[in-house]
Write a protein that binds this ligand. Sequence first.
Ligand code: PEP
Length: 253
Amino acid sequence: MGGRKPFIAGNWKMFKTVGEAVRTAKELSDRVSDAPDVDIMIAPNFTALAAVHDALGESTVMLGGQNLFWESEGAFTGETSPVMLRDAGCRYVIIGHSERRQYFGETDETVRKKVKAALENGLAPILCVGETENERETKKTFSVLDKQIQNGLKDLLSDELGPLVIAYEPVWAIGTGKTASREQAQEVHRFLRSVIETMFGNELANAIRIQYGGSVKPNNIKALMEMPDVDGALVGGASLDAEIFSRILHFQH
Ligand code: PEP
C-alpha cells in the first residue's frame, strides 16, 4: 500500500431516521474502540449529521457528507454548503457518486466545482468515478475514467489536492452483489494512479488513497485490500449494520 493508511467509508445513502443513525453510529463506535489500523468514516443523511456528530463525541469514527453545493450560502433552495457540512462536524464529503450522476444530473463540471469548493473549505473530497456495464463491455473503461478524472480535477493544483481521495466504483457493481475481481480493481486503481501522476506528479500519485466501492462485504474486503493499489473501500449496503461494517473494518484481524 505504499505507506498509505487504509481508509474505509460507509455511505448510508437515504437510509435511517435520526434516531436510527445515532444508534448505529454509537454501536459502530463501540465496536471499533479497539482502534483497528484504518481511518473510518460514515456519511449519514444530512438531517442526521449534527446528532451523529454529537453522539460520536471523541470516537475515532469520522463524519462525511454525501454531497454539497459549491457556494457558501445564498438563495439555493434545498442545497447544503461546505461551510454547513463543516459546521455539522464533517471532515469528508462524497462527490460525484454514480447515483447522483445518474438521477440528479451531476456532470464532470459540477463535480469539479464541488471538489474545488470542498478543498477551499477544509473538507476532504471523496471523488467517485466508475464505468457502466456497457462501457466495460465495449472496452471504454479506461477512456471513461480518464475523462472523469481529467475533467473532475481540471485546473486544480497538486498543492491543494493533498486531502483528495478517489473512489473507484464500477456502476455495475453498486448494490448489485457483483464485485469487481481484485485483479480488475487493481488494474483500474493502478491506471487511476497513473492518470494522477501524469496530471499532478509522482508525489501526489503515491500519496493519494484510492478506495474501491461496489458490493464490498466482510467476505471480500481482505482479498481486495491485499492488492497494492487498493487503499480502502467505500461501502454502501454493508455499512448500514454496525456489526457487519465492523467486520469489514477489522479485515486485518
Ligand atoms: C456505494 O453506494 O457507494 C456502494 C458501493 O454501494 P454497495 O456497497 O451497496 O454496492
